[in-house]
Design a protein around this ligand. Structure first.
Ligand code: FES
Length: 394
């Protein structure tokens, strides 16, 4: 029989399934950085105001240039390193709050107030400037690191991996965005956990009867067969549970008791999409996770829903939005709480991130295989295509 000390040692030498520190570190995350990540909602970035974000542990300042295009720069002034996000935006340019240096959308210093109207050093000669490590004019001062941006479907994306032409995929499209009959809204939530654990949570059915009991799904003591398909950077789970019943607002979408089509899909590296459809009505929950640090993430959740066709869906859909938003906020708060509980466990001493599981965790193992492969720099072809049937009980 193994004694407790042996078990402790085993935990120390076992490779973690999830290395949260490396996953959220720009210098160690491998190919995880080679994708577009949501930096903010379009509505969070009005003209004339800077916005602070932290992505992969790197502070970024966002603002709109003179054409209204989002700009993302390193949030650290070249002068004395103050955070530029505490400054001001005017005429599409960013001013530092400390000594007022001004940066344009390319990250170049375009004005130094202390140089006066000439914008040129007056007394020190060029040799005096050079020997003291100083510059004569703003254009000599260099540029801030700039990150490529892109705006679509109400979201501003940032690319942290260098030249965005290297991106491994296009930014994810919000399901049903702008489509007739569909109502879409966003929720932005800070979660106390890393991206791998969050995408697993968003794809996880067994937790719903414990974490969301009475809000989303009650204990049904039902056998749930499902197919898990890992292919091309995605993990698709199709549930054979046409008679599954949701509690709460889920009932609103299916007054006539139509069969349910429930699919969950993960897309590398950070996106999930959960669809519950009854005929033409139903809802899709799309979550895009942006790593802040090892155990902190910002999640941009797009809720898209369409009511049964015999309802005047556009008007009723809009009228119901406050209620649906309140309901989804409660459910998300429950997930925030349980992610905090998981974080407390996995950051408490060595062995955190060493996971075990059963058949119900196959999709999690597939997600981890993709993320680990990317974190290691995406060598070779990556995880092979697999399709397997599983069964679990809820
Ligand atoms: Fe930014 Fe001085 S620190 S202008």
């Amino acid at each position: 029989m193994r004694n407790p000390l042996d078990l402790q040692n085993l935990a120390l030498v076992t490779t973690p399934s999830v290395d949260l520190e490396a996953e959220a570190d720009l210098t160690r995350c491998g190919a995880l950085k080679d994708f577009w990540y949501v930096a903010c909602l379009s509505a969070e970035l009005p003209s004339g105001k800077p916005l602070a974000r932290t992505v992969f542990g790197t502070n970024v300042v966002l603002f709109r240039d003179e054409h209204g295009k989002p700009v993302a720069l390193r949030d650290r002034c070249l002068h004395r390193n103050a955070r530029l996000s505490a400054g001001d935006v005017f005429d599409g340019r960013l001013g530092c709050p400390y000594h007022g240096w001004v940066y344009d959308g390319s990250g170049a210093v375009v004005e130094v107030p202390s140089l006066g109207p000439s914008q040129c050093g007056e007394v020190l000669d060029s040799q005096g400037h050079a020997s003291a490590g100083l510059k004569v004019r703003p254009c000599d001062l260099g540029r801030l690191q700039r990150f490529d941006t892109l705006e679509q479907d109400g979201l501003v994306f940032v690319f942290m991996g260098g030249d965005a032409s290297r991106a491994r995929a296009e930014p994810f499209r919000v399901p049903y965005w702008g489509q007739p009959g569909w109502t879409c809204y966003f929720m932005v939530t800070r979660f106390p956990n890393g991206v791998t654990n969050l995408v697993e949570n968003f794809m996880d059915v067994p937790h719903t009867q414990f974490v969301h009991a009475g809000w989303f799904r009650d204990t049904q003591r039902k056998r749930v067969p499902a197919t898990v398909k890992r292919t091309g950077g995605s993990v698709l789970v199709t549930y054979q549970q046409e008679q599954d019943s949701l509690t709460g607002l889920g009932r609103l979408f299916n007054p006539r008791g139509q069969p349910l089509v429930h699919t969950d899909k993960y897309y590398v590296p950070n996106v999930t999409r959960v669809d519950y459809m009854w005929g033409e009505s139903g809802f899709a929950i799309n979550s895009q996770c942006t790593p802040i640090g090892p155990t902190d993430s910002l999640v941009y959740t797009a809720i898209s829903y369409r009511l049964p066709l015999d309802l005047p869906h556009t008007l009723v859909g809009r009228a119901l939005r406050p209620l649906v938003k309140w309901y989804t906020t409660q459910v998300i708060r429950q997930d925030v709480a349980i992610m905090g509980v998981q974080r407390e466990g996995l950051t408490n001493g060595p062995g955190g991130g060493v996971f075990t599981g059963t058949e119900a965790d196959l999709l999690h193992a597939d997600i981890e295989s993709y993320r680990q492969w990317l974190r290691e720099g995406a060598p070779g072809e990556g995880p092979t295509e697999e399709e397997r049937d599983i069964v679990f009980w809820i």
